[in-house]
Ligand binder design. Structure first.
Ligand code: ADP
Length: 449
């Protein structure tokens, strides 16, 4: 059996609920209307009988009826009997075939065949031991017209009402589910076209669908980021590893053909070792950058005092501190990952040394400015011209690639920039050719309690 869509199911349940509620309401109304109808009938019967009683009298042993007397009024037939229960005036309804005993003042219901009657008797005393019975008779069905009409109307109106409820429910559910259709369509597009740039982009709202759409959009963004990072890694790695690998291959081929002495073999092996080192450094840099790109590099954040971190990093790296001048304000703290920030410091100091002049100097400073903690690495080296200053942050960008192995792969500053952004900060660069460069990390301040 074909499974019903959720929309149809909800619309179906809503319709069923509406139908059940309407029927219950109808039954309730019918019971009220029938109770009102029977009360009205009883009061009509009693009023008519009483009115007629007040218009009956015996004069000279003769029955006399006043002007207000009616034998048939408002569905009530009035009959007058003597005290021996012989009918003196009035006509019994043809269908009334019951010999009902008289009971003074009591209104009751009596069945004659299928027909229900309301009966009321009143004893009208005349002198010492004579009197008259006045009996009112009313066909109950006549008074139940309202109820019957209601049932007729309901029989016609209810199906129309239920049909309208079904159409209305379906329309409302369809409208409510529209955002879900757009979520499904986007997910399908992304899947089929393998295009991760698609977004649901529902107008902002606080309902469940808007929240779902926002969550999906965030998920698509993460997927896209992660996919791009992976693509970038594969492209970067295969591109950058090609050079050292071909150097190693070339060296092996050359050594195989021409190496004769132990010294020559040692030279080849040292070169292969250097290439292997630079390859593993490249791979680990690329992996960290990919993880940062993907957002999967877990930041182990803690309160870091920048000055202390600079000192420890310099010590651990074994820099020659004769030419590196560190000055810092006390208690400049940030919320960060010590391993990453320390990698950033190493990258900047290494560059300052690499691109500095011989016996050049490097200044590392830490200070607070406004709401920011600033960490600057300044050198008096070759400098970077204004045109290149934007580009040095790009992956693999090198101003002068011919400088060879010592200069790395052009990934350092790109990683520095990524680390800054992962910490909610940013980098700035001031530089002038042959004067020197100053790279500054700006991070939000973290108060030390
Ligand atoms: P690399 O591995 O080449 O050092 P980086 O991303 O660290 O890659 O730097 C990119 C380029 O920016 C370098 O090739 C270099 O030309 C330039 N550069 C970086 N730091 C400095 C500096 N302190 N002084 C002058 N030039 C620099």
């Amino acid at each position: 059996m074909k499974r019903l869509s959720v929309k149809l199911k909800i619309a179906g349940w809503l319709t069923l609920l509406t139908a059940v509620m309407s029927i219950l309401l109808l039954v309730f109304m019918l019971s009220i209307s029938s109770s009102i109808a029977s009360q009205t009938a009883m009061s009509q019967l009693s009023q008519t009988v009483q009115l007629n009683v007040s218009n009956v009298e015996m004069k000279d042993n003769k029955l006399q009826m006043g002007e207000g007397f009616t034998f048939y009024h408002n569905g009530v037939s009035t009959l007058i009997y003597n005290q021996n229960k012989a009918l003196l005036a009035g006509q019994l309804p043809v269908s009334f075939k019951v010999d009902e005993p008289f009971e003074n003042g009591l209104t009751r219901s009596v069945m004659s065949g299928d027909q229900e009657y309301l009966i009321m008797d009143l004893w009208l005393p005349m002198g010492w031991n004579d009197g008259l019975w006045v009996r009112g008779l009313m066909e109950v069905e006549q008074q139940q017209g309202l109820t019957r009409n209601l049932i007729y109307v309901a029989m016609i109106a209810l199906p129309i009402f239920i049909l309208l409820a079904a159409l209305g429910s379906y329309y409302i559910v369809k409208r409510a589910f529209k955002p879900l259709e757009s979520i499904t369509a986007t997910a399908k597009d992304i899947n089929e076209a393998k295009d991760l740039t698609g977004r649901i982009a529902l107008p902002p709202g606080r309902d469940e669908f808007s929240q779902l759409a926002t969550t999906f959009d965030k998920m698509f963004e993460r997927l896209e980021q992660s996919f791009n990072a992976e693509k970038q890694f594969t492209a970067d790695a295969s591109h950058e590893l090609r050079t050292p690998l071909s150097v190693i291959r070339g060296a092996c081929e050359y050594a195989d053909k021409y190496n004769e002495t132990m010294d020559e073999w040692q030279e080849t092996s040292a070169m292969i070792y250097r290439q292997a080192l630079s390859m593993s450094e490249l791979i680990s840099q690329l992996l960290s950058m990919t993880r940062l790109d993907q957002g999967t590099e877990m930041l182990h954040q803690e309160t870091l005092e920048l000055g202390a971190l600079v000192n420890t990093t310099c010590q651990e790296q074994g820099y020659n501190m004769e030419n590196i001048f560190v000055e810092f304000e006390e208690d400049v703290a940030v919320w960060g990952d010590s391993a990453l920030i320390s990698r950033l410091i190493i990258n900047l100091i290494d560059n300052a040394i690499k691109y500095g002049r011989t016996n050049g100097r490097v200044w590392v400073s830490v200070k607070m400015e406004g709401n920011e903690s600033l960490l600057s690495v300044r050198d008096d080296g070759i400098g970077i011209d204004a045109e290149q200053q934007e580009k040095v942050w790009q992956r693999f960008y090198q101003i002068d690639p011919s400088r060879g192995e010592e200069c790395g792969a052009g990934l350092g500053l790109s990683m520095v920039n990524q680390i800054a952004r992962a910490h909610g900060g940013y980098m700035t660069l001031e530089s002038a050719i042959n004067v020197g460069s100053c790279f500054t990390l700006h991070l939000p301040i973290k108060k030390i309690n």
